[in-house]
Write a protein that binds this ligand. Sequence first.
Ligand SMILES: Nc1ncnc2c1ncn2[C@@H]1O[C@H](COP(=O)(O)OP(=O)(O)OP(=O)(O)O)[C@@H](O)[C@H]1O
Length: 308
Amino acid sequence: MPTPAVEVQGLVKRYDRRTAVDGVDLVARSGAVTALLGPNGAGKTTTVECCTGLRTPDAGRVRVLGLDPRRDRRALAPRVGVMLQDGGLPAAVPAGRVLAHVAAMYAHPVPLTDLDAALGLASFARTPVRRLSGGQRQRLALAVAVVGRPELAFLDEPSAGLDPQARLAVWDLVRELRDAGAAVVLTTHQMADAEALADEVVVVDAGRVVASGTVTDLVGPARSVQVTVADAAPGSLDALAADLAAALAGPRVSPRADGVLEVAAEPDAAVLHAVTGWAASAGHLVSVAPARRTLEDAFLDLTGRSLR
Ligand SMILES: Nc1ncnc2c1ncn2[C@@H]1O[C@H](COP(=O)(O)OP(=O)(O)OP(=O)(O)O)[C@@H](O)[C@H]1O
């Protein structure tokens, strides 16, 4: 097995008495996109900052391209692209000049015309950073992170605040990076981004990894049948779920907080026939709808529904 681009073991980071990262393990491979997901305050940015040498861990081991992100910062700088939420771009300098300046620091930068075309930068190249819209600033920050053809890119919420067109452009760019053999570590709150891009997903909550694997690993059987019981008495959903599960003799039936019974099975004719047969004999009014389980469903199952 080749050495992973990023190896984090038992990472702990505290701010005063608050433990922001509490024993995170993480591996990111070259030629793959690793998505770091988690609710607000889960510790994603702090983890990325420890990997980029911006913060010193209180405990644990971090290796980036086989090196120490703080001690070997100079050696890593030309090999690692970083897009942070607070971009740190110079406010008074026009966008195009910022990018040209950064490109000039690399031996083999991506041609600026390619980045212009990929991210639509030309329309605001003469605008000083401080006057860019949020989405334009994001696009510039992404271009700055990838212009040096990094072996590893950390992208912290790369599609936050982007319009649908720009989001698709970012997806293409991330795929190109991966296909060129780079390791991409991205944090996002957009589950669709992770579903579209991630080879590996790591879910953190309250500073700990609560799940990891491929999107398919986390989502489970992608398709299900949702059964809404119109005349269920309050509190009766658990019993109805057990009753339906017994009638189906196989697929798991989970009662959801919104009053829906979720049947973990392909919505094929046999399953739909069995569900409607159960409804007819049990005397319940039901609506039956095939559904596709998403990463968002899995994320909410893993991290709960309460606000952080
Ligand atoms: N500079 C700091 N000083 C003190 N506490 C901090 C600092 N930065 C982050 N924290 C705290 O550490 C915890 C983790 O924050 P972090 O920014 O890593 O989370 P996150 O998962 O990136 O969140 P979000 O999705 O909101 O960006 C939070 O409780 C946050 O308040």
